[in-house]
Design a protein. Structure first.
Length: 399
């Protein structure tokens, strides 16, 4: 049985959370709105009575908020359980729709550093005869544009390129990618789970066709996300993966989680509103953290595109230090070595390996991500504790 005993205020006060790319806490305004909604608007939004239609209107208001946050039309937003489901609908749904209309394009181009919710559906399609082409990335995680131009051609059905990487924070040149995709008539999908609230998102300017979003990466609830389709399901033809209802324009059946959708709408609104200030503040905290750490410790390598990464993102390789041992020596801090989806697996991060890091270097890498609640005092404490722990581990390994 999991330990569900209350955590004391003193214990909570000691802990410092530095894993904001894995998940973020619900913004207090979002949590309060959801509590009120769950208590008062519990009716099924598909019901024709007054209570049901009131809940349905709340969902549509949230759809407008999410759409506005990315510069879309409300009817182009399809709610899902999160970016993982959105990625699956986009990739598998696009392939299914293409097959149904007799499309001959059978190539899908993506990156080796994508989230598993992109790579796994691509792997599934490979078993069905699709050609999956992985575009190489540079040492900083930026895709090789020249290689992409060679890979995308008239046989390409879909190009799926993440907006920003969840481990190293590298931001991809999506405008250039979209020009290549459009030139050859290929659909362009982007997993933008890490982008909402961290980067300015303007889908018209970037030229996407499909975009995946997640609420719990931008201070909203878990279990809710969205897929944006240019022009809606008819404009960007994607076939449903599940059946049994006409919800979400027939693309994602099932009674909608109205409270979570309302929370997502508010979180998206706040994320877009606060993005410029949040980005500036988190970048400053990250830069302070790295400058202090590098000034006190040697043998540290920073990973990712240092001048073009998510604010608050820091991936650090500590020479001669096992990252799991380092985390074990930092009991007051919530940290991770890689994406949360890799937790518990013995394999090193596929992202770091794709950058060219050795297995030993990958196992020596720590992922740190600062968030809206992070304070300067927490950054300074993290630097001091990490320095002490690294020095301790290095001393023990040399004796």
């Amino acid at each position: 049985m999991p330990d569900l005993s209350p955590v004391s205020d003193a214990r909570k006060a000691r802990r410092i959370y530095l894993d904001y790319h894995a998940s973020t806490p619900c913004d207090p305004a979002v949590a309060a709105l959801m509590r009120r909604f769950e208590a008062q608007e519990f009716a099924n939004p598909a019901s024709a009575h007054v209570a049901g239609q009131r809940a349905a209107r709340s969902i549509e208001a949230a759809r407008e908020q999410v759409a506005e946050a990315v510069g879309a039309l409300p009817e182009e937003i399809i709610f899902s359980s999160g970016a993982t489901e959105s990625n699956n609908i986009a990739i598998l749904g696009a392939a299914t729709a293409a097959q149904e209309r007799g499309e001959l394009r059978r190539r899908i181009v993506t990156l080796p550093i994508e989230h598993p919710s992109v790579l796994a559906p691509c792997g599934h399609l490979a078993k069905r005869g699709y050609e999956i082409a992985l575009c190489p990335v540079h040492r900083d995680g930026r895709l090789d544009i020249g290689a992409l131009e060679e890979l995308v051609d008239e046989t390409t059905l879909l190009v799926s390129i993440q907006a920003a990487n969840n481990e190293i924070g590298t931001i991809q040149p999506l405008r250039e990618v979209s020009e290549i995709a459009q030139k050859h008539g290929a659909l362009l999908h982007s997993d933008a789970a890490q982008a909402l609230g961290k980067l300015p998102l303007d889908i018209e300017a970037l030229g996407f066709d499909l975009l995946s979003l997640s609420a719990h990466k931008c201070y909203g609830p878990k279990g809710i996300g969205a897929l944006w389709l240019r022009g809606g399901p008819r404009g960007a033809p994607v076939a449903p993966l599940c059946f049994g209802g006409g919800h979400e324009q027939g693309l994602r059946p099932g009674t909608p989680n109205a409270a979570a959708i309302v929370g997502f709408g508010e979180a998206a609104r706040l994320a877009a509103e606060r993005q410029p200030n949040d980005a500036q503040r988190l970048s400053a905290l990250r830069d302070r953290f790295e400058a202090l750490l590098l000034g006190k410790l040697g043998g540290i390598t920073r990973n990712g595109a240092l001048d073009n990464r998510l604010p608050g993102a820091s991936s650090l390789t500590f020479e001669g230090v096992d990252a799991d041992a380092l985390i074990a020596n930092l009991p007051e801090f919530d940290l991770s070595t890689a994406s949360a989806c890799h937790s518990g697996t013995p394999e090193p991060s596929h992202v770091l390996r794709a950058l060219g890091l050795t297995q030993a270097q990958a196992y020596s890498t720590l992922r740190i991500a600062f968030g809206r609640p992070t304070t300067e005092e927490e950054v300074d404490r993290a630097v001091n504790h990490i320095c002490d722990a690294v020095a301790h581990l290095r001393y023990n390994s040399s004796n």
